[in-house]
Design a protein around this ligand. Sequence first.
Ligand SMILES: NC(=O)C1=CN([C@@H]2O[C@H](COP(=O)(O)OP(=O)(O)OC[C@H]3O[C@@H](n4cnc5c(N)ncnc54)[C@H](OP(=O)(O)O)[C@@H]3O)[C@@H](O)[C@H]2O)C=CC1
Ligand SMILES: O=C(CO)COP(=O)(O)O
Length: 340
Amino acid sequence: MTRQQPIAVLGGGSFGTAIANLLAENGHHVLLWMRDPEQAESIRTLRQNPRYLKGVEILAQVEPTTDLSSTLDACELIFVALPSSALRQALQPFAAQLGGKMLVSTTKGIEADGFMLMSQILEQIAPHARIGVLSGPNLAREVAEHALTATVVASQDEALCRSVQQVLHGRTFRVYASADRFGVELGGALKNVYAIMAGMAAALGMGENTRSMLITRALAEMTRFAVKLGANPMTFLGLAGVGDLIVTCTSQKSRNFQVGYALGEGLSLDEAVSRLGEVAEGVNTIKVLKCKAEELQVYMPLVAGLHAVLFEGRTLDQIIGVLMRGEPKTDVDFISTDGF
Ligand SMILES: NC(=O)C1=CN([C@@H]2O[C@H](COP(=O)(O)OP(=O)(O)OC[C@H]3O[C@@H](n4cnc5c(N)ncnc54)[C@H](OP(=O)(O)O)[C@@H]3O)[C@@H](O)[C@H]2O)C=CC1
Ligand SMILES: O=C(CO)COP(=O)(O)O
C-alpha cells in the first residue's frame, strides 16, 4: 500500500466515522462509504455526521462516498464497520473485487446461521483476501474525542498487522498486535451480552460489589465458552477480552449498557432498542450464544439468566434468586493444580 493510496472505511456510523477521522489525522486519504446519499452530502458540506457522533468535526481528508464498487477498487486496506446484520449482504455482491485486499473487521457480532464471526464471513465471501480484526475497549465517541485509547489488531498475517499499526497508531491511539484472531474477535462479540446485564444492574441501583462480581464472573463464563471453541484463554486477559468487558460494563456510553439500563427501568426490549436508535449487537448475540452454549454443553448461567428474562418471561428477581442460590463453585477455572 502506498501512502498516496486511499484507505476505505465501510459504514458511516459511530465507529466507522471515528476510525476514518483517526486515519485522516495520520495523513491518509480516507474513502468513508455509507449507503445514504443525503448523509454523505451532509458530511461533505457540513463536515459533521448528521446522525452519529454529533459535534465531532470530520476532517477534510475523509471523503464520504456512496459508491462501494469504486471504493473497493481504489483501496487495498479496507476497514469494515458495518453492523453484523448488514455485513454479508453489503459485501457479497462485490466478492470478486475483494481478492488480495486487506479486510479488517471492526464489527463485534455473530451471525446466527453457523455461529460465524465477521472475519469468518469475510473469509467465506473473499477466500483470497487477507483478513484481520480490530477490537478492544474503543467507545467510538471517546476515540473521536481523543481519549487515550488502545486497541488490538489480530491476524495471522503479520504484514497486515503491521500495516494497520502503521496507519492507525497515533498521538492518542495505540494499536497492539495479536496472532489470535478468533480469540480477539470472540471477546469483542461476547462482552456485549454482559454489558446489557451491567446496564440493568445499574438501573436497579445495585452496588459496586455487584458490578465487580458480574464482570469477573462474566469473564470466567466467556473464557470457558471460548476455550470450548478452541480459543486461547490468555487472549481474554488482554484488551479485547477483559479490557473491552470493563469498558462496556461500566460506561453509560456503551449502547449495550444503555439497552440494559432501559430494561432495568422497566422498558420492554423493543422499546429499549428503539429508544437507542443505534446498533446494540448484544441483543442478537444473546440468542445465538444461548443456543451455542446449550449445543456445546458449556455452563453459562449469566447468559441463560439474561435469555430467560428477555425471551422466556422470567422476572429478574427469579433469575437473581437462581444465580445466587446456585451450587457453590470454584473461583478461577484455569488454575493448574500441578505445581503452579
Ligand atoms: N460504536 C462503538 O463504540 C463501537 C462499535 N463497534 C462495532 O462497530 C459496528 C458498527 O457499529 P457502529 O458504527 O457503532 O453502529 P452505528 O449504529 O453507529 O451505525 C451503523 C452504521 O451502519 C450502517 N448500516 C446499517 N445497515 C446497513 C446496510 N444494510 N448497509 C450499509 N450500511 C448499513 C448505518 O447506516 P444508516 O445510518 O443509513 O442506517 C450506519 O452508518 C458494530 O458491530 C459495533 O459493535 C466497535 C467498536 C466500538
Ligand atoms: O464495543 C464497544 C466499545 O469497545 C462499544 O460498545 P457498544 O456497542 O455497547 O456501544
